[in-house]
Design a protein around this ligand. Sequence first.
Ligand code: HEC
Ligand code: HEC
Ligand code: HEC
Ligand code: HEC
Ligand code: HEC
Length: 158
Amino acid sequence: MKKRYFSITAIVAVMFLVALSGYLRLQAKHDVPARVIMDNNGGRVIFTHQAHAQDYGFECADCHHDNIGQDQPLACGSCHPSAFDEKFRVEHQKTFPNDEACMRCHSETPTGPLAKEDKPDTEIIPTRADAFHNQCMSCHEESGGPYGKDSCYDCHAR
Ligand code: HEC
Ligand code: HEC
Ligand code: HEC
Ligand code: HEC
Ligand code: HEC
């Protein structure tokens, strides 16, 4: 009798694990956006994420250069804000999954206001628009896709 219960429990457990792993795999796939809509002053940009990640043959890390969550990369804007202003200073501390992420810019995990010499050098961290223009266009220049001064409306809606 006991043995029977044990094997039923075992079968149910296996079925549960199979279902769970299938569900998680689906979830992981689902979380990779097909398209990313970027509203901005230059006119809305619709970035064909799936085409870039699958059809054009790039690796995730070609664009997601943060190695913090390689299975679930962070939004570029968590590190590249539209400006390094008061809003960024307050909010960025909550946008990262772990303390390891702080080391991308800080030498140790800060817990309060920073002395001048401990502040990250924002000269070398591009803002969001610069980061995108820079990454989108330098790859296009190398591998195809719109770039250069006459290309604005190939990406931006009029
Ligand atoms: C050609 C460049 C490029 C490639 C290749 C690429 N991505 Fe992205 N990905 C982006 C850009 C740009 C965004 C928009 C991020 C933003 O809006 O801040 C993005 C957004 C995402 C987001 C949403 C992040 C969020 O929280 O808003 C996820 C998740 C993601 N990518 C996963 C992946 C995975 C997984 C791969 C590899 C299979 C991949 N990406 C390949 C450029 C790329
Ligand atoms: C976890 C923080 C973080 C995330 C997320 C992140 N970056 Fe960066 N990025 C940085 C830092 C810090 C620098 C400054 C130079 C350095 O340390 O590499 C940088 C530099 C850059 C540069 C200039 C240097 C270079 O490598 O060409 C570009 C362009 C750039 N990022 C684009 C992006 C894009 C596009 C995304 C999203 C797909 C993204 N970054 C996501 C932290 C991040
Ligand atoms: C993309 C780079 C980047 C990452 C990643 C990052 N920070 Fe920062 N952090 C900054 C910049 C830039 C400032 C502002 C410096 C200044 O005041 O000029 C700052 C300032 C701070 C301050 C001081 C705020 C103040 O009022 O003086 C704290 C605290 C802080 N960060 C905590 C964190 C924590 C905690 C993490 C990780 C969870 C983190 N940061 C990740 C760039 C970053
Ligand atoms: C790692 C390289 C790479 C990066 C980064 C990249 N692209 Fe592309 N992009 C390509 C390639 C390759 C093509 C295809 C060119 C062709 O086949 O004609 C392309 C095509 C395009 C096209 C025209 C076709 C389509 O899929 O819509 C647009 C618009 C475009 N990219 C926008 C962007 C934007 C916006 C970004 C930044 C958020 C970006 N790309 C980042 C490589 C890249
Ligand atoms: C390869 C695609 C691409 C091309 C080509 C392109 N842009 Fe952009 N542009 C972007 C993306 C992506 C953003 C950032 C959107 C965001 O921040 O969400 C952006 C942002 C901007 C912004 C907003 C800046 C801000 O701080 O809000 C302006 C203005 C702009 N672009 C002007 C131009 C002009 C002018 C040209 C032509 C010389 C051009 N762009 C060419 C993709 C492109």
